[in-house]
Write a protein that binds this ligand. Structure first.
Ligand code: SAH
Ligand code: SF4
Ligand code: F3S
Length: 477
């Protein structure tokens, strides 16, 4: 696609400036109230779903900070409650409905409370309709594509008695320069692209997040440079399919080229990314992982199913053999690389033989960790119409067998870490013990050890001596 033909994908600076005006208006309102009540306005923000959503919540928090709100931990005492929702599986949605139900009483006690719901779930018209009908105490509903308009929408919700509902059904524009509040001082998420074009037959994400669109290379590099100056040591680049980065930008920009630029950024010590689709994992990227010193030796490469027949049904565009060959190349090129994956159990039509292919793939690849999911029917996706749905009982039984195999493999791999020294980026204190600090190896393994506050944000060497189910333990080397 030529430069001239490219569509406008960016929210204009005027529009962003307009949103800053709403931020100021709410700030003024909050200030007036604060003078009267001598109490700061509090918000309570709950996030469901993936890192993309977590990062969107950092943007919501950034905007709320600018408006003069402070974060509260007690929902009942808040002035504003926001649920940033996920719809990738049914149980994520059910949780949200459960919470919305209990909020009715809180709203009855505090009629000034504003209740907002946003995120992926809201990009489905039937969900919005349901919420409007059943949860009439909800004041504001917005989606993923108009997150940048949150200040204006919140202002409208505060000034009106009626519910404010705005869902943008466009391809989704990229909004730069939205305030972001990152709580972590060591690690940061940076979105490189939005949306997905893959339409895996089970997946709702392309419908709720829109088509793939990449942020401009210089925008990403500038953001990371600023993070480096602020003392951030590790960045994780986010996208549903980061390997497609740049395809819509022209000028031969690829994800590997972006990584090469980011590897030069001062202050940043480690770079991670997720997620990669096996069909798009290029040699250029594999070599970049080998050659760029800041790129960590960890790759999250979801395979979903070990059965070539099911993979076809899933519209994944690779076979079991393709996947195994790819992993072989990755392992050969980047020795010691840690591999993680996502697996779906009980896709419609999955037979015992298909499932055994999945177990076989687990044994052949030997992932460090696998995130396993029971197939969940998502309205609007092709797989939901498939008549060969698998019973919950069979799904659960297969899920259990899968876990047993993977837990054994994870344990065997972790055992190889014992009595070896690893570079650990110290993230902070452990939750349960004051003297224990926690960090990660380049392979993304959590390591706990006795340390001190000065070590936070630094790279230290740790001798691993014990393995736990989800972490390693050791002493400073
Ligand atoms: N873009 C990423 C992940 C998106 S969602 C990727 O393609 O790898 C994260 C994971 O949720 C997927 O990898 C898949 O394993 C799982 N998932 C998606 N839709 C699902 C569904 N309908 N039921 C169960 N699991 C699902
Ligand atoms: Fe969903 Fe597939 Fe896109 Fe991942 S690549 S977000 S699983 S459609
Ligand atoms: Fe869920 Fe949306 Fe992420 S559906 S997994 S929060 S992109």
């Amino acid at each position: 696609m030529g430069k001239e033909e490219r569509k406008v994908t960016k929210v204009s600076q005027e529009e962003i400036a307009r949103q800053y005006q709403f931020i100021d208006e709410i700030k003024e309102l909050n200030y007036q109230k604060e003078m009267k009540t001598e109490k700061k306005k509090h918000y309570y923000l709950a996030t469901f779903g993936c890192q993309m959503n977590e990062h969107d919540s950092e943007k919501l928090a950034g905007m709320l900070n600018e408006m003069g709100y402070v974060e509260g931990t007690i929902m009942e005492e808040s002035d504003l409650i926001i649920y940033n929702t996920c719809c990738v599986r049914e149980n994520a949605e059910l949780k949200v409905y459960g919470h919305l139900g209990t909020m009715k009483q809180i709203k009855n006690k505090n009629p000034d409370l504003i209740i907002a719901v946003c995120g992926c779930m809201m990009q489905q018209p039937q969900v919005v309709e349901h919420i409007r009908k059943v949860y009439r105490h909800v004041d504001l509903i917005f989606g993923t594509h108009n997150l940048y308009k949150f200040p204006e929408l919140l202002f409208n919700a505060i000034s009106s008695d009626k519910a404010v509902v705005e869902i943008m059904d466009t391809i989704g524009l990229i909004a730069e320069d939205v305030p972001v509040e990152r709580k972590d001082g060591v690690k940061a998420w940076v979105t490189v692209m939005y949306g997905c074009n893959n339409f895996c037959s089970y997946c709702i994400v392309p419908y709720v997040r829109g088509r793939e669109r990449s942020r401009k290379l210089d925008k990403v590099v500038n953001e990371v440079a600023l993070l480096g100056q602020k003392g951030i040591k590790e960045i994780t680049l986010l996208g549903q399919n980061v390997n497609s980065y740049g395809k819509d930008l022209g000028d031969d920009i690829t994800f590997a080229k972006l990584l090469t630029e980011l590897n030069k950024v001062e202050g940043i010590e480690r770079i991670r990314f997720m997620t990669s689709h096996p069909k798009d994992l290029s040699d250029e990227l594999i070599y970049a992982m080998r050659d760029l010193d800041k790129l960590c030796e960890h790759l999250h490469l979801p395979f979903q199913s070990g059965s070539t027949r099911i993979l076809k049904e899933m519209n994944r565009k690779y076979s079991k053999e393709d996947y195994l060959k790819l992993v072989e190349k990755v392992k050969r090129t980047i020795p010691g690389i840690s591999l993680t994956t996502d697996i779906i159990v009980g896709f419609p039509g999955e037979t015992e033989e298909d499932f055994e292919e999945t177990l076989d793939l687990l044994e052949k690849v030997r992932f460090d960790q696998a995130y396993t999911f029971l197939y969940s029917k998502r309205t609007g996706t092709p797989a939901a119409k498939n008549v060969e749905q698998i019973t919950e009982e069979v799904k659960k039984e297969r899920f259990q067998r899968l876990l047993e195999v993977q837990n054994r493999i994870s344990n065997e791999i972790n055992r190889n870490f014992i009595n070896k020294k690893f570079e650990v980026l110290v993230e902070g204190k452990s939750k349960n013990n004051d003297k224990i600090y926690t960090g990660r190896t380049r392979e993304n393994k959590i390591v706990n050890f006795e340390g001190n506050d000065q070590m936070i944000g630094k790279l230290v060497m740790v001798n691993v001596d014990t393995i736990k189910t989800w972490s390693l333990e050791g002493i400073l080397a």
